[in-house]
Design a protein around this ligand. Structure first.
Ligand code: ADP
Length: 200
């Protein structure tokens, strides 16, 4: 299975990514986590990543590609991946598609998790009180939602045109979201979407 989760902050792509990866027995590649790890390692690159993340701005495409590509290539060779938060811009999507074509492992599905802005903001503010992430603050949350609409939103028509977009209502309990994703995958009738169908 090679699947991408496309979702605004707070839609639950981390949770769904873990559930789907466990169900399909593939790697869960979370762009935000890999970038935070790189930021935590310090150095000039780490400091640049941390500064973008703290402001709620996207990390520049070339840095994202440098950090994510090795993980994607390794997972592709080991049966697939659930990509969580990458690609997140059109240039990233184009670069990822070129890489995948070169490796002979193109993306099979892009799952768009959507929920009303109010729901997303409430979830992120709730999370802020628990995990203390530098970007879970009211003004930064508002900015991240704007960045998603402007910069990541165009990936919805991009993957629709390629015939692999599944749209799922994320304003439901996590297990219902997972069930809707599985139903969407079954409707796409992907090779391999049946055998390990018990994600979660
Ligand atoms: P959320 O979706 O809630 O913003 P993530 O952990 O996915 O949480 O991302 C956190 C931050 O990491 C983003 O605001 C951005 O700064 C950076 N980031 C994650 N993925 C990407 C990406 N594909 N391209 C650029 N920046 C990214």
């Amino acid at each position: 299975m090679r699947l991408l989760l496309l979702a605004p902050p707070g839609a639950g792509k981390g949770t769904q990514g873990q559930r789907l990866a466990a169900g399909f027995r593939v790697r869960h590649i979370a762009a935000g986590d890999l970038l935070r790890a790189e930021a935590g390692a310090g150095g000039p690159l780490g400091r640049e990543i941390a500064a973008h993340q703290a402001r709620g701005d996207l990390v520049p495409d070339q840095i994202v590609l440098d950090v994510l590509t090795p993980a994607v290539v390794a997972a592709a060779a080991q049966g697939g991946y659930i990509l969580d938060g990458f690609p997140r811009t059109l240039p990233q999507a184009t670069a990822a598609a070129e890489l995948a074509a070169r490796l002979g492992v193109t993306l099979q599905a892009a799952v768009y998790l959507h929920a009303p802005g109010k729901v997303l903001t409430r979830r992120l503010l709730d999370r802020a009180s628990q995990d203390g992430r530098a970007d879970d603050k009211a003004d930064v949350i508002r900015h991240r939602l704007e960045v998603f609409a402007e910069t990541t939103g165009p990936l919805v028509p991009y993957y629709t045109e390629r015939g692999i977009l599944i749209t799922v209502d994320a304003d439901q309990p996590p297990e219902s979201v997972t069930a809707d994703i599985q139903a969407g995958l079954a409707a796409l009738s992907l090779p391999g979407s049946h055998g390990h169908g018990s994600a979660g």
